[in-house]
Design a protein around this ligand. Sequence first.
Ligand code: CMP
Length: 387
Amino acid sequence: MTVRAKIYRLLDSESLESASQRMRGLEVVINLIGIVLVSVGTLEALSPNARAIAAFITGVVAFLFFVEYLTRLWVAPEAPHSATATSTNSRIRWAFSIGGIIDLLAIIPALAAASGSARLGAESASVFVLLWVLKLATRVAGVKLIGRVIRNERSSLAAVAALFLIVLFSAATIAHWLEAESQPQHFGSIPTSLWWAVVTLTTTGYGDAVPVSALGRMLGGLVMLCGISVLALLSGILANGFAEELRRREFVRIWDLVARVPFFSDVGAIAIADIVSRLRSRSFPAGATVIREGETGDSMFFLVNGTVMVRRGLFSKLLYEGQFFGEMALLDRKPRTADVTTQTPCTVLVLNVADFYHLAGQQPGLVSAIEAEAKRRRMTSVDTTTC
Ligand code: CMP
Protein backbone atom coordinates (compact mmCIF):
# COMPACT_ATOMS: atom_id res chain seq x y z
CA MET A 1 0.00 0.00 0.00
CA THR A 2 1.33 3.46 -0.93
CA VAL A 3 1.95 6.20 1.65
CA ARG A 4 -0.89 8.20 0.08
CA ALA A 5 -3.32 5.28 0.45
CA LYS A 6 -2.23 4.80 4.07
CA ILE A 7 -2.84 8.48 4.86
CA TYR A 8 -6.21 8.33 3.08
CA ARG A 9 -7.24 5.43 5.32
CA LEU A 10 -6.02 7.29 8.38
CA LEU A 11 -8.16 10.33 7.50
CA ASP A 12 -11.16 8.32 6.27
CA SER A 13 -14.14 9.31 8.41
CA GLU A 14 -15.91 5.99 7.72
CA SER A 15 -12.96 3.79 8.67
CA LEU A 16 -13.37 1.54 11.72
CA GLU A 17 -9.62 1.08 12.19
CA SER A 18 -8.42 2.17 15.60
CA ALA A 19 -5.72 4.47 14.14
CA SER A 20 -8.40 6.31 12.09
CA GLN A 21 -10.66 6.54 15.11
CA ARG A 22 -7.80 8.00 17.17
CA MET A 23 -7.08 10.46 14.35
CA ARG A 24 -10.75 11.54 14.30
CA GLY A 25 -10.63 11.98 18.08
CA LEU A 26 -7.52 14.15 17.73
CA GLU A 27 -9.16 16.30 15.02
CA VAL A 28 -12.22 16.84 17.19
CA VAL A 29 -10.06 17.82 20.19
CA ILE A 30 -8.03 20.31 18.09
CA ASN A 31 -11.25 21.72 16.64
CA LEU A 32 -12.79 22.11 20.10
CA ILE A 33 -9.65 23.82 21.43
CA GLY A 34 -9.86 26.26 18.50
CA ILE A 35 -13.54 27.03 19.09
CA VAL A 36 -13.08 27.51 22.85
CA LEU A 37 -10.05 29.77 22.40
CA VAL A 38 -11.74 31.91 19.75
CA SER A 39 -14.75 32.30 22.05
CA VAL A 40 -12.50 33.14 25.02
CA GLY A 41 -10.64 35.65 22.84
CA THR A 42 -13.85 37.71 22.53
CA LEU A 43 -14.06 38.24 26.33
CA GLU A 44 -13.61 41.93 27.17
CA ALA A 45 -12.05 41.21 30.56
CA LEU A 46 -9.17 39.15 29.14
CA SER A 47 -5.68 40.46 29.91
CA PRO A 48 -3.53 41.39 26.87
CA ASN A 49 -1.13 38.50 27.64
CA ALA A 50 -3.90 35.90 27.86
CA ARG A 51 -5.42 37.32 24.68
CA ALA A 52 -2.08 37.04 22.88
CA ILE A 53 -1.65 33.41 24.03
CA ALA A 54 -5.22 32.56 22.94
CA ALA A 55 -4.59 34.25 19.57
CA PHE A 56 -1.32 32.38 19.11
CA ILE A 57 -2.86 28.95 19.85
CA THR A 58 -5.80 29.81 17.58
CA GLY A 59 -3.31 30.58 14.83
CA VAL A 60 -1.61 27.19 15.42
CA VAL A 61 -5.00 25.42 15.22
CA ALA A 62 -5.84 27.24 12.00
CA PHE A 63 -2.41 26.32 10.59
CA LEU A 64 -3.03 22.64 11.42
CA PHE A 65 -6.35 22.91 9.55
CA PHE A 66 -4.40 24.33 6.60
CA VAL A 67 -2.01 21.35 6.61
CA GLU A 68 -4.99 18.99 6.95
CA TYR A 69 -6.71 20.65 3.97
CA LEU A 70 -3.66 20.21 1.75
CA THR A 71 -3.27 16.59 2.90
CA ARG A 72 -6.92 15.77 2.18
CA LEU A 73 -6.59 17.37 -1.25
CA TRP A 74 -3.48 15.28 -1.92
CA VAL A 75 -5.07 11.96 -0.88
CA ALA A 76 -8.46 12.61 -2.60
CA PRO A 77 -7.60 10.29 -5.58
CA GLU A 78 -7.53 7.36 -3.12
CA ALA A 79 -11.30 7.62 -2.47
CA PRO A 80 -13.07 4.42 -3.65
CA HIS A 81 -15.37 6.32 -6.06
CA SER A 82 -12.29 7.98 -7.66
CA ALA A 83 -10.93 4.71 -9.09
CA THR A 84 -11.86 5.64 -12.65
CA ALA A 85 -11.22 9.41 -12.42
CA THR A 86 -7.91 11.19 -12.95
CA SER A 87 -6.09 12.55 -9.88
CA THR A 88 -6.93 16.15 -10.83
CA ASN A 89 -10.62 15.36 -11.29
CA SER A 90 -10.76 13.55 -7.94
CA ARG A 91 -9.15 16.52 -6.21
CA ILE A 92 -11.50 19.01 -7.88
CA ARG A 93 -14.46 16.83 -6.94
CA TRP A 94 -13.32 16.75 -3.29
CA ALA A 95 -12.56 20.50 -3.23
CA PHE A 96 -16.13 21.26 -4.38
CA SER A 97 -17.80 18.78 -2.02
CA ILE A 98 -19.50 20.19 1.10
CA GLY A 99 -16.71 18.83 3.31
CA GLY A 100 -14.03 20.32 1.03
CA ILE A 101 -15.68 23.77 0.93
CA ILE A 102 -16.14 23.86 4.72
CA ASP A 103 -12.51 22.77 5.22
CA LEU A 104 -11.34 25.49 2.83
CA LEU A 105 -13.36 28.23 4.55
CA ALA A 106 -12.09 27.01 7.92
CA ILE A 107 -8.48 27.77 6.94
CA ILE A 108 -9.13 31.40 5.99
CA PRO A 109 -8.19 32.56 9.55
CA ALA A 110 -4.86 30.77 9.05
CA LEU A 111 -4.25 32.62 5.81
CA ALA A 112 -5.17 35.89 7.54
CA ALA A 113 -2.78 35.05 10.38
CA ALA A 114 -0.02 34.26 7.89
CA SER A 115 -0.49 37.60 6.15
CA GLY A 116 -0.60 39.67 9.38
CA SER A 117 -0.14 39.41 13.11
CA ALA A 118 -1.31 36.53 15.33
CA ARG A 119 -3.89 39.00 16.72
CA LEU A 120 -5.36 39.44 13.27
CA GLY A 121 -5.64 35.67 13.11
CA ALA A 122 -7.72 35.57 16.27
CA GLU A 123 -10.02 38.36 15.10
CA SER A 124 -10.58 36.72 11.75
CA ALA A 125 -11.12 33.44 13.52
CA SER A 126 -13.91 34.96 15.60
CA VAL A 127 -15.68 35.66 12.31
CA PHE A 128 -15.11 32.10 11.21
CA VAL A 129 -15.87 30.33 14.48
CA LEU A 130 -19.19 29.29 12.98
CA LEU A 131 -17.29 27.54 10.17
CA TRP A 132 -15.14 25.75 12.73
CA VAL A 133 -18.33 24.54 14.40
CA LEU A 134 -19.52 23.33 10.98
CA LYS A 135 -16.17 21.64 10.40
CA LEU A 136 -16.56 19.94 13.77
CA ALA A 137 -20.03 18.78 12.70
CA THR A 138 -18.53 17.11 9.61
CA ARG A 139 -16.12 15.16 11.87
CA VAL A 140 -18.37 14.12 14.75
CA ALA A 141 -19.95 10.73 14.08
CA GLY A 142 -23.09 11.60 16.07
CA VAL A 143 -23.90 14.58 13.83
CA LYS A 144 -23.59 12.44 10.71
CA LEU A 145 -25.85 9.92 12.39
CA ILE A 146 -28.53 12.58 12.95
CA GLY A 147 -28.31 13.51 9.24
CA ARG A 148 -28.70 9.85 8.23
CA VAL A 149 -31.66 9.34 10.60
CA ILE A 150 -33.41 12.45 9.25
CA ARG A 151 -32.86 11.20 5.68
CA ASN A 152 -34.17 7.72 6.52
CA GLU A 153 -37.21 9.00 8.36
CA ARG A 154 -38.01 11.88 6.03
CA SER A 155 -41.48 10.64 5.05
CA SER A 156 -42.59 10.16 8.68
CA LEU A 157 -41.03 13.50 9.66
CA ALA A 158 -42.79 15.20 6.73
CA ALA A 159 -46.12 13.73 7.93
CA VAL A 160 -45.52 15.12 11.44
CA ALA A 161 -44.49 18.50 10.00
CA ALA A 162 -47.72 18.55 7.94
CA LEU A 163 -49.74 17.72 11.08
CA PHE A 164 -47.92 20.49 12.95
CA LEU A 165 -48.74 23.03 10.22
CA ILE A 166 -52.42 21.95 10.05
CA VAL A 167 -52.85 22.38 13.83
CA LEU A 168 -50.83 25.62 13.79
CA PHE A 169 -52.87 27.34 11.08
CA SER A 170 -56.21 26.05 12.40
CA ALA A 171 -55.35 27.28 15.93
CA ALA A 172 -54.18 30.69 14.65
CA THR A 173 -57.34 31.12 12.52
CA ILE A 174 -59.77 30.13 15.29
CA ALA A 175 -57.88 32.28 17.84
CA HIS A 176 -58.16 35.20 15.41
CA TRP A 177 -61.98 34.70 15.22
CA LEU A 178 -62.31 34.46 18.99
CA GLU A 179 -59.84 37.10 20.21
CA ALA A 180 -59.40 39.71 17.45
CA GLU A 181 -62.00 42.08 18.91
CA SER A 182 -60.66 42.14 22.48
CA GLN A 183 -56.91 41.92 21.63
CA PRO A 184 -56.31 43.28 18.12
CA GLN A 185 -52.61 43.81 18.87
CA HIS A 186 -52.04 40.04 19.35
CA PHE A 187 -54.85 38.42 17.36
CA GLY A 188 -55.84 41.16 14.84
CA SER A 189 -54.79 39.04 11.85
CA ILE A 190 -53.97 35.41 11.17
CA PRO A 191 -50.21 36.12 10.80
CA THR A 192 -50.11 37.89 14.21
CA SER A 193 -52.12 35.04 15.81
CA LEU A 194 -49.57 32.59 14.40
CA TRP A 195 -47.00 33.77 16.99
CA TRP A 196 -49.38 32.79 19.84
CA ALA A 197 -50.14 29.47 18.08
CA VAL A 198 -46.43 28.58 17.68
CA VAL A 199 -45.60 29.51 21.28
CA THR A 200 -48.54 27.45 22.59
CA LEU A 201 -48.19 24.49 20.22
CA THR A 202 -44.52 24.03 21.07
CA THR A 203 -45.50 24.33 24.77
CA THR A 204 -43.03 27.22 25.18
CA GLY A 205 -45.58 29.66 26.65
CA TYR A 206 -43.85 33.07 26.77
CA GLY A 207 -47.11 34.53 28.05
CA ASP A 208 -46.88 37.72 25.95
CA ALA A 209 -50.12 36.87 24.09
CA VAL A 210 -52.86 35.09 26.08
CA PRO A 211 -56.47 34.37 25.05
CA VAL A 212 -58.92 35.97 27.47
CA SER A 213 -62.32 34.63 26.32
CA ALA A 214 -63.56 31.30 27.73
CA LEU A 215 -63.62 29.73 24.26
CA GLY A 216 -60.16 31.15 23.51
CA ARG A 217 -58.75 29.53 26.69
CA MET A 218 -60.38 26.21 25.80
CA LEU A 219 -58.74 26.47 22.40
CA GLY A 220 -55.41 27.21 24.13
CA GLY A 221 -55.73 24.04 26.26
CA LEU A 222 -56.53 21.97 23.19
CA VAL A 223 -53.56 23.39 21.26
CA MET A 224 -51.22 22.57 24.19
CA LEU A 225 -52.45 18.95 24.24
CA CYS A 226 -51.96 18.73 20.46
CA GLY A 227 -48.45 20.19 20.91
CA ILE A 228 -47.50 17.52 23.45
CA SER A 229 -48.83 14.77 21.13
CA VAL A 230 -46.98 16.12 18.09
CA LEU A 231 -43.71 16.39 20.06
CA ALA A 232 -44.20 12.87 21.46
CA LEU A 233 -44.74 11.60 17.91
CA LEU A 234 -41.60 13.39 16.73
CA SER A 235 -39.50 11.99 19.62
CA GLY A 236 -40.83 8.48 18.89
CA ILE A 237 -39.93 8.70 15.19
CA LEU A 238 -36.42 10.02 15.93
CA ALA A 239 -35.74 7.52 18.76
CA ASN A 240 -36.88 4.64 16.57
CA GLY A 241 -34.83 5.97 13.62
CA PHE A 242 -31.72 6.23 15.82
CA ALA A 243 -32.15 2.71 17.20
CA GLU A 244 -32.61 1.28 13.69
CA GLU A 245 -29.65 3.14 12.24
CA LEU A 246 -27.39 2.03 15.11
CA ARG A 247 -28.58 -1.56 14.62
CA ARG A 248 -27.81 -1.33 10.91
CA ARG A 249 -24.33 0.09 11.56
CA GLU A 250 -23.58 -2.55 14.16
CA PHE A 251 -24.68 -5.22 11.68
CA VAL A 252 -22.28 -3.90 9.02
CA ARG A 253 -19.45 -3.64 11.58
CA ILE A 254 -19.98 -7.21 12.81
CA TRP A 255 -20.30 -8.43 9.21
CA ASP A 256 -16.89 -6.93 8.55
CA LEU A 257 -15.42 -8.66 11.61
CA VAL A 258 -17.04 -12.01 10.76
CA ALA A 259 -15.41 -11.87 7.33
CA ARG A 260 -12.03 -11.99 9.11
CA VAL A 261 -12.82 -15.26 10.91
CA PRO A 262 -12.05 -18.16 8.52
CA PHE A 263 -14.32 -20.44 10.53
CA PHE A 264 -17.33 -18.68 8.94
CA SER A 265 -15.91 -18.58 5.40
CA ASP A 266 -17.94 -21.54 4.08
CA VAL A 267 -21.27 -20.35 5.46
CA GLY A 268 -23.81 -19.11 2.86
CA ALA A 269 -25.02 -15.49 2.68
CA ILE A 270 -28.43 -16.06 4.30
CA ALA A 271 -27.02 -18.13 7.18
CA ILE A 272 -24.22 -15.62 7.75
CA ALA A 273 -26.78 -12.81 8.09
CA ASP A 274 -28.45 -14.85 10.85
CA ILE A 275 -25.10 -15.44 12.57
CA VAL A 276 -24.05 -11.78 12.27
CA SER A 277 -27.26 -10.61 13.92
CA ARG A 278 -26.47 -12.86 16.91
CA LEU A 279 -22.86 -11.83 17.47
CA ARG A 280 -21.62 -8.87 19.54
CA SER A 281 -18.10 -7.47 19.39
CA ARG A 282 -15.95 -6.74 22.44
CA SER A 283 -12.44 -5.39 22.83
CA PHE A 284 -10.03 -6.30 25.62
CA PRO A 285 -6.70 -4.70 26.54
CA ALA A 286 -3.58 -6.90 26.90
CA GLY A 287 -3.52 -8.89 30.15
CA ALA A 288 -7.31 -9.03 30.63
CA THR A 289 -8.97 -12.21 31.88
CA VAL A 290 -11.72 -13.16 29.44
CA ILE A 291 -12.57 -16.54 31.02
CA ARG A 292 -11.86 -17.75 34.55
CA GLU A 293 -11.58 -21.48 35.26
CA GLY A 294 -14.51 -22.84 37.29
CA GLU A 295 -16.95 -20.05 36.39
CA THR A 296 -20.26 -20.80 34.70
CA GLY A 297 -19.95 -20.27 30.95
CA ASP A 298 -22.65 -18.24 29.23
CA SER A 299 -20.92 -17.45 25.92
CA MET A 300 -18.19 -18.45 23.49
CA PHE A 301 -15.72 -16.19 21.67
CA PHE A 302 -14.25 -15.92 18.16
CA LEU A 303 -10.90 -14.15 18.10
CA VAL A 304 -10.96 -11.48 15.37
CA ASN A 305 -7.53 -10.10 16.20
CA GLY A 306 -4.92 -10.50 18.92
CA THR A 307 -3.62 -13.48 20.86
CA VAL A 308 -4.97 -15.18 24.00
CA MET A 309 -3.38 -17.68 26.36
CA VAL A 310 -5.34 -20.72 27.59
CA ARG A 311 -4.04 -21.91 31.00
CA ARG A 312 -5.07 -24.82 33.15
CA GLY A 313 -2.62 -26.10 35.77
CA LEU A 314 0.62 -26.89 33.92
CA PHE A 315 -1.07 -26.78 30.54
CA SER A 316 -0.87 -23.59 28.47
CA LYS A 317 -1.58 -22.81 24.85
CA LEU A 318 -1.73 -19.72 22.70
CA LEU A 319 -4.74 -19.12 20.44
CA TYR A 320 -4.47 -16.74 17.49
CA GLU A 321 -6.65 -14.65 15.15
CA GLY A 322 -9.51 -16.67 13.65
CA GLN A 323 -9.60 -19.31 16.44
CA PHE A 324 -12.38 -19.66 19.00
CA PHE A 325 -12.58 -20.45 22.71
CA GLY A 326 -15.14 -20.85 25.50
CA GLU A 327 -17.08 -23.52 23.57
CA MET A 328 -16.54 -26.39 26.04
CA ALA A 329 -18.70 -24.96 28.83
CA LEU A 330 -21.56 -24.50 26.35
CA LEU A 331 -21.22 -27.96 24.79
CA ASP A 332 -20.74 -29.87 28.08
CA ARG A 333 -22.90 -27.58 30.25
CA LYS A 334 -20.10 -27.64 32.81
CA PRO A 335 -17.96 -24.89 34.43
CA ARG A 336 -15.10 -23.34 32.45
CA THR A 337 -12.16 -25.73 32.07
CA ALA A 338 -9.35 -23.13 31.90
CA ASP A 339 -8.35 -19.49 32.34
CA VAL A 340 -8.18 -17.49 29.13
CA THR A 341 -6.21 -14.20 29.23
CA THR A 342 -5.32 -11.79 26.46
CA GLN A 343 -1.62 -11.50 25.51
CA THR A 344 -2.18 -8.49 23.24
CA PRO A 345 -5.13 -6.10 22.78
CA CYS A 346 -7.88 -8.32 21.36
CA THR A 347 -11.18 -7.96 19.53
CA VAL A 348 -13.56 -10.87 19.89
CA LEU A 349 -17.00 -11.75 18.63
CA VAL A 350 -19.21 -13.02 21.43
CA LEU A 351 -21.94 -15.63 20.92
CA ASN A 352 -24.16 -16.12 23.95
CA VAL A 353 -25.46 -19.49 25.05
CA ALA A 354 -29.06 -19.01 23.82
CA ASP A 355 -27.83 -18.00 20.35
CA PHE A 356 -25.33 -20.89 20.39
CA TYR A 357 -28.17 -23.41 20.82
CA HIS A 358 -30.26 -21.61 18.22
CA LEU A 359 -27.36 -21.93 15.76
CA ALA A 360 -26.92 -25.58 16.72
CA GLY A 361 -30.47 -26.11 15.38
CA GLN A 362 -30.03 -23.94 12.28
CA GLN A 363 -26.39 -24.66 11.38
CA PRO A 364 -25.60 -28.21 12.56
CA GLY A 365 -22.47 -28.21 10.36
CA LEU A 366 -20.93 -25.26 12.18
CA VAL A 367 -21.61 -26.66 15.61
CA SER A 368 -20.22 -30.10 14.70
CA ALA A 369 -17.00 -28.38 13.59
CA ILE A 370 -16.87 -26.64 16.98
CA GLU A 371 -17.57 -29.99 18.70
CA ALA A 372 -14.80 -31.72 16.75
CA GLU A 373 -12.28 -29.04 17.78
CA ALA A 374 -13.46 -29.22 21.42
CA LYS A 375 -12.95 -33.00 21.38
CA ARG A 376 -9.41 -32.57 20.05
CA ARG A 377 -8.69 -29.92 22.69
CA ARG A 378 -9.95 -32.11 25.53
CA MET A 379 -7.51 -34.83 24.47
CA THR A 380 -4.59 -32.37 24.23
CA SER A 381 -5.30 -30.87 27.67
CA VAL A 382 -5.55 -34.34 29.25
CA ASP A 383 -2.31 -35.52 27.55
CA THR A 384 -0.38 -32.46 28.68
CA THR A 385 -1.74 -32.41 32.23
CA THR A 386 -0.92 -36.06 32.78
CA CYS A 387 2.64 -35.74 31.38
P1 CMP B 1 -14.33 -23.41 28.24
O1 CMP B 1 -14.12 -24.61 29.08
O2 CMP B 1 -15.72 -22.93 28.08
O3 CMP B 1 -13.45 -22.22 28.84
C1 CMP B 1 -12.04 -22.34 28.77
C2 CMP B 1 -11.67 -22.52 27.33
O4 CMP B 1 -10.31 -22.77 27.05
C3 CMP B 1 -12.33 -23.78 26.80
O5 CMP B 1 -13.72 -23.63 26.82
C4 CMP B 1 -11.67 -23.91 25.46
O6 CMP B 1 -12.23 -23.05 24.52
C5 CMP B 1 -10.27 -23.43 25.80
N1 CMP B 1 -9.40 -24.62 25.92
C6 CMP B 1 -9.39 -25.56 26.87
N2 CMP B 1 -8.48 -26.52 26.56
C7 CMP B 1 -7.90 -26.16 25.42
C8 CMP B 1 -6.87 -26.72 24.58
N3 CMP B 1 -6.28 -27.85 24.88
N4 CMP B 1 -6.55 -26.06 23.45
C9 CMP B 1 -7.14 -24.92 23.11
N5 CMP B 1 -8.11 -24.35 23.86
C10 CMP B 1 -8.49 -24.94 24.98
